[in-house]
Design a protein around this ligand. Structure first.
Ligand SMILES: [Zn+2]
Length: 164
């Protein structure tokens, strides 16, 4: 028996983006969504490496995740979360309210500059009790990626590379 499709097809914006057309590193506002109680959430595509050309190794990405949580939160009012993509080329950044791509890119730039100055003792949540895979970290790798991204420059436009 054939299974009938009853629900409308879900369209996921991230999968409609032409990943060959973008120029990383960049910060792109995907959309702003309003909830039933009137709150707005802004959703950003924080792309750190060029799709299908390079990806970040898991240990470096994991440490970057912990450091972005530490360094982005105090810079961005309404910060909710910054979580890595499964493809390991970047992060989703979620923020309460509205924020421009330019301000998000500037905050990311500062967070990566702070990453370069970080000692292992300053990386948050790296004890066994605090993390789901506490052995899988690389501060050295996170710093290498941070330096590379800063050297390339972070654009607030995904398709035209104008570093902030
Ligand atoms: Zn962790």
């Amino acid at each position: 028996m054939e299974v009938q499709e009853t629900k409308p097809q879900v369209e996921i914006e991230s999968f409609t983006l032409d990943h060959d057309a973008v120029i990383a590193p960049y910060v792109r506002l995907i959309d702003t969504t309003s909830g039933p109680k009137g709150d707005t959430i802004s959703n950003f595509d924080v792309r750190l490496s060029q799709p299908n050309e390079e990806f970040i190794d898991t240990a470096s990405l994991h440490t970057l995740e912990h450091l972005l949580a530490k360094y982005l939160r105090p810079q961005i009012e309404g910060y909710i979360d910054c979580s890595p993509y499964g493809c390991r080329t970047g992060f989703h950044l979620l923020v309460w309210g509205e924020l421009s791509s330019l301000d998000a890119a500037r905050a990311l730039k500062k967070a990566l500059e702070q990453t370069l100055e970080t000692s292992w003792q300053e990386v948050p949540g790296t004890a066994r009790k605090e993390c789901g895979n506490y052995r899988d970290h690389s501060l050295e790798g996170a710093k290498k990626w941070a330096a590379k991204i800063l050297e390339q420059g972070i654009s607030a436009d995904a398709f035209v590379h104008i570093p902030v």
